[in-house]
Design a protein around this ligand. Structure first.
Ligand code: 13P
Length: 337
């Protein structure tokens, strides 16, 4: 078996470790145009390119954001956009010491012959796209595949999710982009926390089997797991301590310590819940940097505060900074509500 050595190995390790630095996490703002449209609609704004750009400029130009945020995940459209003062978003980020990242999957599509499940699109032509994104200034990537617990899930769907993530990760690393590996176990369903533990363990075990098969450099990836919680419709709620215990148990069973960072998604948790759960996970030392890569749990109150009105812009940026600092504190296990 030939030992792998890629041209970007050192840079990948550096980038991954910079993202996983103490007290820092990721701002996920890579909503597809359709999803961004839903967010804008919630405050009565039309889903136009200019409204999406204006909203994203508000996020990216928040003064002091770089103190808490090490990277921002962008949608392709955003990677090539500029501020109203004609500074490219990539430059705006780099000035704050925030590393630009890019969502590279092309979304989900129905998976034939499954339990009504989906698979993730975007492997065709991916190597060309990742090379272009690197040239445009991106240094890490994200690919989100999903597993649905109420759907079974079928062995075929778990295997496809894991295999697709591994192929993507190998391609991203070959272009110098640190791959964020995200098999999202959806929150939907009324199952208990033990069932989530079971499905998450199986999904991550398979993901690492395929990552190893594809010779992905573990020191140069980041993970984006869902926390291990009961289903959203379960009658039983669990405390942050229990969520932390289950989530860490699962990760310690299947994730090599060579991986530098675990950057959780918020998956529909409230802003406060997401912060409290992260804080609970950092009450004792972990083998990895355990942090956040939240979209909704960083942006919900920003949108509500902004309402599409430039007069509210500063207050909206303060709302973002408040959540970013809270999660930064939680990354250090020092959040005090
Ligand atoms: P949420 O934090 O809103 O779940 O989004 C994170 C994300 O990027 C999902 O891929």
């Amino acid at each position: 078996l030939k030992v792998r050595a890629g041209p970007y190995d050192e840079e990948l390790i550096q980038t991954a470790n910079k993202i996983a630095s103490k007290g820092k996490g990721l701002l996920a703002m890579d909503e597809s145009n359709a999803t961004c449209g839903k967010r804008l609609d919630s405050i009565g704004l039309e889903n136009t390119e200019d409204n999406r750009r204006t909203y994203r400029e508000l996020l990216l130009s928040t003064p002091g954001l770089g103190e808490f945020i090490s990277g921002a995940i962008l949608f392709e459209e955003t990677l090539y956009q500029s501020s109203s003062k004609n500074t490219s978003f990539v430059d705006l980020l780099n000035k704050q010491g925030i590393i630009p990242g890019i969502k590279v999957d092309k979304g989900l599509a129905p998976m034939p012959n499954s339990n009504g499940e989906s698979w993730c699109q975007g492997l065709d032509g991916l190597a060309q796209r990742t090379a272009e994104y690197y040239k445009a200034g991106a240094r890490f990537a994200k690919w989100r595949s999903v597993v649905s617990i109420p759907s079974g899930p079928s062995p075929m769907a778990i295997q496809d999710c894991a295999y697709g993530l591994a192929r993507y990760a190998a391609i991203a690393q070959a272009s110098g982009l640190v791959p964020i590996v995200e098999p999202e176990i959806l929150l939907d369903g009324d199952h208990d926390i033990d069932r989530t533990l079971e499905v998450a363990s199986e999904t991550w075990a398979q993901t690492f089997k395929f990552l190893a098969d594809q010779k992905v450099l573990f020191e140069g990836i980041l993970l984006k797991p869902a926390m291990v919680t009961p289903g959203a419709d379960s009658s039983k709620k669990e405390s942050p301590e229990t969520v932390a215990e289950y989530t860490l148990k699962m990760l310690k069973r299947v994730v090599p310590v060579a991986v530098p960072g675990i950057m959780f998604l918020s998956g529909g948790q409230s802003e406060l819940e997401a912060t409290l759960n992260l804080n609970a996970m950092n009450q004792s030392p972990n083998p990895w940097h355990v942090s956040f890569s939240y979209a909704r749990a960083l942006q919900n109150s920003v949108l509500k505060t902004w309402q599409g009105d430039s007069k509210n812009e500063q207050k909206a940026q303060e709302a973002l900074l408040k959540r970013a600092k809270a999660n930064s504190d939680a990354q250090k296990g020092q959040y005090d509500p």
